[in-house]
Write a protein that binds this ligand. Structure first.
Ligand SMILES: [Zn+2]
Ligand SMILES: [Zn+2]
Length: 343
């Protein structure tokens, strides 16, 4: 079968004819992948920026961790009927380390990541633990199902930021994670959602289609000026960062109210230096968020099922897996928002 694999520690990916997915062992299923999205982190691994060295012992590996499809085959002890539409959670806990046995599987010390350290969804079929599969609700097709993982990251960021009723929220970065954050901030009851980007026309267009109109282009004026002009001089209650650009953290803190929370969701290529005296005096809270807890995946599917079509504008490009490298180049140049590949 055709797969998109990372084969070496360096720039690029290989589109190759590969062996079929192995048959499922007890407790596993084979999923026929119908849609697989290209994630910002996939683009980092494609470019081989810092922070992906953990993949090296697992190469070559089929990438793709944002995917949905249908159950094609089941191992012993699995109750999911063939044909069931599912989305797949990418993290596989070991089940035996000290954190797993104490119940904190999310903090597993030896967790595997589908699409990064074991084979993922840029393939016709992939064999995964049945426990990683969540059945899609009625009305949610597998294309929308493939958005569950990035939506989960956004949901988790909003919960981490404790966005509250009527809050004014600033989302930094209008890409897929920024879009997911904006959607869940609105769902959480934010009174106003401002979105900042830099000369990000195509992604601002997606934001408009999702119903967000307070779009601030920092290519035109400093963030501080744009935010204060939009709010009538008030700082914001919560800042949620999804740029992966370290200086934006300092910019975000400059418009955060006293006692406010700034959540970092981006994957950053380097450190940042903070004005710590201002930070302390303003009693700012800086929090990191990563991935999505199991129970929050259920929340995301519930909200997806309530109004599925409201999420569809996030997908801007659709192409066969055979054109996957073209999709990566589009994502890399920020010409696309979410690129969905179809095996
Ligand atoms: Zn992702
Ligand atoms: Zn473990």
């Amino acid at each position: 079968m055709l797969t998109l694999r990372k084969t070496k520690a360096g720039f690029g990916l290989d589109l190759t004819e590969d062996a079929e997915a192995p048959p499922p062992n007890p407790g596993q299923v084979t999923v026929r992948v119908e849609h697989a999205g290209i994630c910002g982190s996939d683009v980092h691994a494609y470019e081989w920026t810092d922070g992906y060295g953990f993949m090296v012992p697992h190469l070559p590996v089929v990438m793709g961790h944002e995917f949905a499809g249908r159950i094609a085959a089941t191992g012993a002890g699995v109750a999911l009927p063939a044909g069931t539409p599912v989305t797949v959670m990418p993290f596989v806990p070991c089940g035996t380390c000290a954190n797993c046995t104490s119940g904190a599987t999310r903090n597993c010390l030896r967790r595997e990541a589908i699409g990064l350290t074991r084979h993922g969804g840029f393939a016709g079929f992939v064999t995964v633990p049945a426990a990683n599969c969540l059945t899609l609700p009625d009305g949610v097709d597998t294309e929308l199902g493939a958005l569950t993982e990035p939506l989960g990251v956004g949901c988790e960021a909003v919960l981490t930021g404790e966005v509250g009723l009527g809050d004014t929220v600033l989302v930094m970065g209008p890409g897929t994670i920024g879009q997911a954050i904006a959607l869940f901030a609105r769902a959480a009851g934010a009174g106003r959602v401002l979105v900042a980007g830099r000369a990000d026309g195509p992604r601002f267009d997606v934001m408009r289609q999702l119903g967000f109109t307070d779009l601030l282009d920092v290519a035109e004026a400093p963030l501080n000026d744009l935010v204060l002009a939009a709010t009538g001089g008030r700082k914001v209650d919560v800042v949620l960062e999804a740029t992966g650009h370290p200086p934006t953290i300092v910019d975000g803190l400059s418009v955060l109210r006293t006692g406010g929370v700034l959540v970092i969701a981006g994957i950053h290529p380097g450190p940042v230096s903070l004005p710590l005296t201002d930070f302390v005096r303003a009693r700012h809270q800086l929090r990191g968020t990563h991935g999505c807890d199991r129970r929050n995946w259920d929340k995301v599917l519930t909200l997806l099922g309530r109004d599925p079509e409201a999420f569809r504008p996030m997908i801007t490009h659709r192409m066969p897996l055979a054109r996957g490298l073209e999709g990566f180049e589009l994502a890399r140049q920020r010409a696309a928002s979410k690129v969905m590949l179809t095996p």
